[in-house]
Each structure stands twice: as structure tokens, then as C-alpha cells.
Design a protein around this ligand. Structure first.
Ligand SMILES: [Zn+2]
Length: 140
């Protein structure tokens, strides 16, 4: 990986983290305002519960994204950023610009997706066969 490119990606990741944190902060502030204005008395309990669930999910997803950004920044520090975890070859710069968190090169990613698809098909087949076997047993 070129040093200049790594620096560019590092700046991009730091900026992504900054933006994400700002968004999370904005969401939290909006959440506080709603609670303040509505108050618990006039607030439908069921939707209060649902809102909390949604904000919980959001937080989880945000945390995951933050973690992905942090991992990528750590890899830049360690000098392992942009190296495919599967085949150790360098990941194309264009691919890293489009997907800054990616850990696999194009061909390994394609391979992994193909295997995932095969695995899914295998699981479907097995479920179908099990279903068929059960039907037979019930008939006899
Ligand atoms: Zn690879």
C-alpha cells in the first residue's frame, strides 16, 4: 500500500467516525427533546416502548459501524490495512475507496459469496429432504 493512499484512507475514516458520532449525538438530543415535550403522562406507553426498542437497535448498529471504522484505523496503524485476510494480496485502491472497511480482495469476496450461496442451497436442500422424510413417516 502506498503511504499517501493510507494517509488518505485514514483521513477518510477519521472523518466518517466524526460524522457518525455527530449523528448519534443529534439523535440522542432529539430523543431527549421528545421525552421532555411529551412527558410520560401524555405519552402512549406502547409507543414509548417501541421507540426505546428502535433507539436501542440504532445504537447497536452505530456501535457496529464505529467498531468497523476503529478496526480499519487499527489496521492502518499496524500496517495490515488493504491486505486481503484470505490470500494476503493487496486489495485494489478503488475497492478500498468504495468500501473502506473491506477485509477481502475482489476475488476472495466473490469466492466467499459463492460459498455462502452454495451453503444456503445445501441447507435448503437438507431442510427440504427432512421435510420429505417427515411426510413419509406420517403417511406410513
Ligand atoms: Zn484475497
Amino acid at each position: 500500500m502506498r503511504k499517501a493512499f493510507l494517509k488518505q484512507m485514514q483521513a477518510k475514516l477519521v472523518e466518517m467516525r466524526r460524522q457518525l458520532l455527530r449523528e448519534i449525538d443529534k439523535d440522542r438530543q432529539q430523543g431527549r427533546e421528545v421525552t421532555k415535550e411529551g412527558g410520560m403522562d401524555s405519552y402512549d406507553l406502547a409507543s414509548e416502548e417501541r421507540d426505546r426498542e428502535i433507539s436501542f437497535l440504532l445504537t447497536d448498529r452505530d456501535r457496529e459501524k464505529l467498531q468497523a471504522i476503529q478496526d480499519a484505523l487499527d489496521r492502518i496503524e499496524q500496517g495490515t490495512y488493504g491486505v486481503c485476510e484470505s490470500c494476503d494480496s493487496e486489495i485494489a485502491e478503488g475497492r478500498l475507496i468504495a468500501m473502506p472497511f473491506t477485509r477481502l480482495c475482489v476475488s476472495c469476496q466473490a469466492q466467499e459469496e459463492k460459498e455462502a450461496k452454495l451453503q444456503r442451497r445445501y441447507d435448503d436442500d437438507r431442510a427440504y429432504r427432512q421435510l420429505g422424510a417427515t411426510d413419509l413417516e406420517e403417511e406410513s
